[in-house]
Design a protein around this ligand. Structure first.
Ligand code: AMP
Length: 297
């Protein structure tokens, strides 16, 4: 595996792969890699002949006072993991190299970037949309992989690619979970043993909403209450939002009479947890009810 820190080197190396008519995949990450990231990397390796993984903790997607400084970092271990997966190129730029000191142009994520995570973390999706556009412009992949774990981010990226006519196929990957259901996240390392147990309420809330739907509840507010009830049982957990939304626009729905998405965001101590699952209303009478799909385990 080759590792480069400069944009010019990354461009040149990927251009060589393109010249050999290789399909190029990009998996953007912020490092502290876990099996969730590696699932995206494996999907990329299965699909493309040349796989680039970027490891970059992007300062512009952290609001002042957020955890940019304390975000987990373990670049040597990350490089070992990526090399073992057969990744071709690790792109590991510094923040000073990614952003010129006088950089002033950003990518506006539009209305999708303003709600849910965007409301709790002002400017977050401008940072995400900008860095993803930059990475796509530097690497010029044919396909880029994003996890459904960060569901709103996936939708923002899809919109940016569509609205800015970026020549890349965005491929989503289902949420990868720990054995107890908690979605894998780099930030989970900050959870104490007790907090880790409390965090289990988040996937439990998603299980509860899927169950309520399967029992015939369609009303979106009632479904949100099903989630809130489970989260409220855990006193150490503070809810940022729960929502039942349209899967593309992320607008709140009144009723789940078609595919929808349940979103949860909560804090345990200083650690923020976000999670989500698809909601599929049970099929018409006579057909078996579809199980809710919350991603691969
Ligand atoms: P991050 O390093 O947290 O920015 O994540 C990099 C990519 O990996 C993003 O597209 C995430 O959505 C994805 N990802 C992180 N955790 C998971 C997970 N548990 N399951 C699926 N994808 C994930």
């Amino acid at each position: 595996m080759e590792r480069v820190g400069s944009k010019a080197e990354a461009r040149k190396t990927v251009a060589d792969a393109h010249a050999e008519h290789k399909t190029v995949a990009l998996v953007p990450t912020m490092g502290a890699l876990h099996d969730g990231h590696l699932a995206l990397v494996r999907a990329a390796c299965a699909r493309a002949e040349y796989v680039v993984v970027s490891v970059f903790v992007n300062p512009t997607q952290f609001a002042p006072g957020e955890d940019y400084e304390t975000y987990p970092r373990d670049i040597d271990h990350d490089m070992d993991l990526l090399a073992a997966e057969g990744v071709d190129l690790a792109f590991t730029p510094s923040a000073a190299h990614m952003y010129a000191g006088d950089a002033g142009v950003t990518v506006d994520p539009g209305p999708l970037g303003a709600r849910w995570e965007g409301e709790v973390r002002p400017g977050h999706f401008t940072g995400v949309a900008t860095v993803v556009t930059k990475l796509l412009s530097i690497v010029r992949p044919d396909v880029a992989y994003f996890g459904e774990k960060d569901y709103q981010q996936l939708q923002v990226v899809r919109r940016a690619v569509a609205d800015l006519d970026l020549a890349v196929t965005v491929t989503p990957h289902p949420v990868v979970r720990d054995r107890d259901g908690l979605a894998l996240s780099s930030r989970n390392v900050h959870l104490s043993a007790e907090e880790r147990v409390a965090a289990r309420a988040v996937p439990a809330a998603l299980e509860a909403v899927a169950e309520a739907l399967a029992w015939g509840e369609r009303d979106a507010r009632a479904l949100e209450w099903a989630m809130t009830d489970v989260l409220a049982e855990e006193p150490s957990l503070a809810i940022d939002y729960v929502a039942v939304v349209d899967p593309a626009t992320l607008e709140p729905l009144d009723a789940v009479d078609r595919a929808a998405r349940a979103l949860v965001a909560a804090r345990i101590g200083p650690t923020r947890l976000i999670d989500n699952c698809e909601l599929l209303p049970p099929a018409a009478a006579g057909e078996p009810a579809p199980a809710h799909r919350k991603g691969s385990e």
